[in-house]
Design a protein around this ligand. Structure first.
Ligand code: NDP
Length: 401
C-alpha cells in the first residue's frame, strides 16, 4: 500500500489517475497536482463518480523546486509520476532527490529554447539517485515505454542477438478535425518537425524531416504512409542492446496533417524563439497551442485505432528469425473507460504499470534507469491485464530492407 503523487493534469495525467484508482491495493492514496487545480478537480470528481475513490488535488508550479519540495513533504508519497511536460523533468527529479522519493516519467527532458531530445541531462542524475538509494524510471509511456519493453522481451525470450529494430507507430484513427495533435501540441510539433535520424553500423545518420517514407502494413488497419523520424527511445535502446546493427522509428502521417504542418512551419508558427507582439514577448508555437484543439477534447468523436509495435530481426540458435510484437488500441474504448483518447490512454496505462512495479518491488534498483533495463515479464503481464493487450507474430515479412 503506497501513496503516489501524480504531477500534470492533461490527457495522460487523467488516464494515469484513473488507472491508479483501479488498483487500490497498490495505490492507497492518490494525489493529483498540476498548474491549474481546476483540471485536477474535474478529474477527481469524475473518478469519485465512477469508482468512489477520493483523489486529493493540489496546485503546483513544477518549474519551481521549492514548491515541489513543499508539496512532496506535505503529501509524503513513495513515488512521483511526472506527466507534466518534458521541461519539468529536471526540477521534479531535483525535488525527488531533496525529499527522498522515487521518480517516474514518460518523456525525456527537453530544454525550452531548443527542440533537442537527449537523455544526457537525466542520465547525469545517475550518481545522485544511486547515492540517495532511489529509483528513477525514465520513459514509462508507450513510445518510449512499451516499445522499449517489447524490445527487452524479444531479446530475453526470442533472440540470442537482435540485429535490426524498426519501431512502427500508426495512428489509424480519425478525430474529425482538419488539424489537431494527439498530445501536447507544443511538444508534438517540436518532435515531428525536427530532422529524421536513425542508427546504422555504429553511427547516427540524419535526414531531412519526413524525407524517408515507406508504405507499411499495420494489423487490422492496413497500409499507411510511414515516415522515418527520430524518437528518443532509440538512444537508450542502442546503448542497452549493443548487438543492434540498425534501429529506426517510423510514424504514420496523413497528407492533410503534413500539409498543415508545412504551412505552420513556412509561416513561422512552429518557431520556439520569442517574438515581440504588441509590446509583449510571445513564442509562436505556444500561441499556436492556444488556438489548436486541446488533445484532451478529441476523445468523444475519435474513431479507429492505434497500432504500435516493434519489428525485429536477429539470430536465435544460429538461425535468422523475424518477430513482430504490437498492441492495437481503440480510441472509443479508451474514451469510454477514461474520457481520454487512445494516445493518452496508451501512455497513461504504462505509466501506472511502471509505478506499480516499483512500488511492489518488482522493479528495483538504485539510480536512473530506462524501462528496458528492468525485467519485461511483469510489465507485459500487467499491460494485458490493465487494458493494452499485445500480440506476437513469428517469422513474418517485416517489410524491412
Ligand atoms: P498536456 O499538455 O495535455 O498536459 C500537461 C499537463 O501538465 C497540463 O495539465 C499542464 O497544466 C501541466 N503542466 C505544464 N506545465 C506545468 C508546470 N510548470 N507545473 C505544473 N503543471 C504543469 O500533455 P499530455 O497529457 O498530452 O502529455 C503529458 C506528458 O506525456 C508529456 O511530457 C508528453 O511528452 C508525454 N507523452 C509521452 C508519450 C509516450 O508514449 N511516452 C506519448 C504522449 C505524451 P495546464 O493544464 O495548466 O496547462
Amino acid at each position: 500500500m503506497s501513496k503516489v503523487l501524480i504531477i500534470g493534469a492533461g490527457g495522460v495525467g487523467r488516464v494515469v489517475t484513473y488507472k491508479c484508482a483501479q488498483v487500490p491495493e497498490v495505490f492507497s492514496q492518490i494525489t493529483l497536482a498540476s498548474r491549474t487545480k481546476s483540471k485536477c478537480d474535474e478529474i477527481a470528481i469524475a473518478i469519485k463518480d465512477k469508482y468512489g475513490t477520493d483523489i486529493r488535488t493540489e496546485q503546483v508550479d513544477a518549474d519551481e523546486v521549492p514548491q515541489l519540495v513543499d508539496l512532496i513533504n506535505d503529501v509524503r508519497p513513495e513515488l512521483v509520476i511526472n506527466v507534466a511536460l518534458p521541461y519539468q523533468d529536471l526540477t521534479i527529479m531535483d525535488a525527488c532527490l531533496a525529499t527522498k522519493v522515487h521518480y517516474l516519467d514518460t518523456a525525456n527532458y527537453e530544454p525550452r529554447d531548443e527542440a533537442k531530445f537527449e537523455y544526457k541531462w537525466q542520465w547525469a542524475y545517475q550518481d545522485k539517485f544511486k547515492a540517495a538509494g532511489l529509483t528513477a524510471v525514465l520513459g514509462s509511456g508507450f513510445d518510449p515505454g512499451v516499445t522499449s519493453v517489447f524490445t527487452a522481451y524479444a531479446a530475453k525470450h526470442h533472440f540470442d542477438e537482435i540485429h535490426y529494430l524498426d519501431i512502427v507507430d500508426c495512428n489509424g484513427g480519425d478525430h474529425g478535425k482538419a488539424f489537431a495533435t494527439n498530445f501536447n501540441p507544443e511538444i508534438n510539433i517540436r518532435e515531428v518537425t525536427q530532422k529524421g535520424k536513425f542508427f546504422e553500423n555504429n553511427e547516427w545518420i540524419e535526414t531531412e524531416p519526413h524525407k524517408i517514407r515507406k508504405e507499411l502494413s499495420y494489423p487490422n488497419i492496413g497500409s499507411k504512409s510511414s515516415y522515418l523520424i527520430y524518437h528518443e527511445e532509440l538512444e537508450s535502446l542502442v546503448k542497452n542492446y549493443p548487438t543492434l546493427k540498425r534501429a529506426r522509428f517510423w510514424m504514420t502521417f496523413g497528407e492533410e496533417y503534413l500539409t498543415h504542418l508545412r504551412v505552420i512551419q513556412n509561416i513561422g508558427m512552429a518557431g520556439i524563439a520569442p517574438v515581440m507582439f504588441e509590446g509583449k514577448e510571445i513564442v509562436p508555437l505556444q500561441f499556436l497551442k492556444a488556438v489548436l484543439p486541446d488533445p484532451g477534447d478529441l476523445g468523444e468523436d475519435y474513431v479507429g485505432e492505434t497500432s504500435i509495435g516493434c519489428r525485429i530481426r536477429g539470430i536465435k540458435d544460429g538461425a535468422e528469425k523475424t518477430y513482430y510484437i504490437y498492441n492495437n488500441c481503440h480510441h472509443q474504448e479508451a474514451y469510454g473507460e477514461t474520457g481520454a483518447q487512445g494516445v493518452s490512454f496508451t501512455t497513461g496505462v504504462p505509466a501506472m504499470i511502471g509505478a506499480m512495479l516499483v512500488l511492489t518491488g518488482k522493479w528495483t534498483g538504485q539510480g536512473v534507469f530506462n524501462v528496458e533495463e528492468f525485467d519485461p515479464d511483469p510489465f507485459l503481464e500487467a499491460l494485458e491485464k490493465y487494458g493494452l493487450p499485445w500480440h506476437e507474430l513469428h517469422d513474418v515479412n517485416l517489410e524491412m530492407d
